[in-house]
Write a protein that binds this ligand. Structure first.
Ligand SMILES: O=C(O)C(=O)C[C@H](O)C(=O)CO
Ligand code: ZN
Length: 277
């Protein structure tokens, strides 16, 4: 597991391109047969990819977290962005279709990930946040997500936000998670931009419209923005003070996950277009 530290806005003001990438970008999330995780000091979120091929994979983190087992003091959300998979949660074995996932409550001892077809393996994007209470483990089906159409063609930001883990439909200690899909011919996400000083957020960009599509992700304070260029299936950490939005050379999708002070999705501070620098 890689550690990414927390930085003040004054610090990142001095970062060059390489430092921005080193501190905020995860260049590889899915590695066949492997688990790649990042621990950010921003609200202690752990996120990354579990990509089983021939063997089942389980996240084992005890000494790293000073606990007896990974989810002793944490909750977990995941969404499968690869082929059909299987997850066994404390002995309960379930098939996970592409774009479906799970919320796994604190206290769960074993979560085992498998692929059904090693030629087209499952890719589980996992996010875990500190928890204080056990809430029921729950299947997250794409069809049951809250679909919120946003934006319009004129502003090139027509997209649908699918909320998977949201306090309005289920119990969660602090994790919120969803999947946003841009329509073809649209390129801007989360524009107009916002911040939410009460929550940090990570973005995994994926499902780019063409092989040479690239996304430029914007972060930093509204009056002092930075950008990071991303390839498909790369992720970026956004501190609470940071805007988090992007533009693609074609359409694309992304999985966002948040945690922090509250669970109010709409608790956002809109940034006036005139204030962006
Ligand atoms: O497309 C969007 O806009 C989003 O998906 C925004 C994220 O959900 C977000 O930033 C929530 O705070
Ligand atoms: Zn946000």
């Amino acid at each position: 597991m890689v550690t990414k530290y927390a930085h003040s806005p004054e610090d990142i003001d001095h970062y060059n391109t390489d430092q921005m990438r080193q501190e905020f970008l995860m260049e590889k999330i899915f590695n066949p047969g492997d688990i790649l995780l990042t621990y950010t000091y921003n609200d202690r979120m752990i996120f990354g990819g579990v990509t089983p091929v021939t063997q089942p994979l389980e996240i084992i983190l005890d000494k790293d977290l000073g606990v007896d087992y990974f989810l002793q003091r944490r909750e977990l959300g995941f969404i499968n962005v690869g082929g059909q998979g299987i997850v066994t949660i404390d002995g309960d074995r379930q098939t996970i279709e592409p774009h479906d996932g799970y919320y796994v409550g604190m206290g769960t001892k074993h979560v085992c990930f498998e692929s059904v077809d090693q030629v087209h393996p499952a890719k589980f994007y996992v996010v875990s946040t500190p928890a204080h209470k056990t809430y029921p483990t729950k299947k997250l089906a794409y069809k049951d997500s809250i679909a919120m159409p946003m934006g319009d063609q004129e502003h090139m930001n027509k997209r649908t936000i699918h909320k998977y883990i949201d306090a309005s439909i289920m119990d969660t200690c602090q994790l919120q998670m969803g999947y946003t899909v841009l329509e073809p011919g649209n390129s801007w996400n989360t524009m107009p931009a916002h911040t939410h000083a009460r929550r940090m957020e990570t973005y995994l960009y994926l499902e780019f419209g063409s092989a040479d599509t690239r996304v430029s992700h914007f972060m930093g304070t509204p009056e002092n923005t930075k950008h990071i260029w991303l390839e498909p299936e790369q992720a970026v950490v956004n501190p609470s003070y940071s805007i988090h939005c992007g533009v693609g050379t074609t359409n694309y999708a992304f999985i966002w996950a948040m945690c922090g002070e509250n669970q109010t999705y709409d608790d956002m501070d809109a940034v006036d277009m005139h204030d962006l620098r």
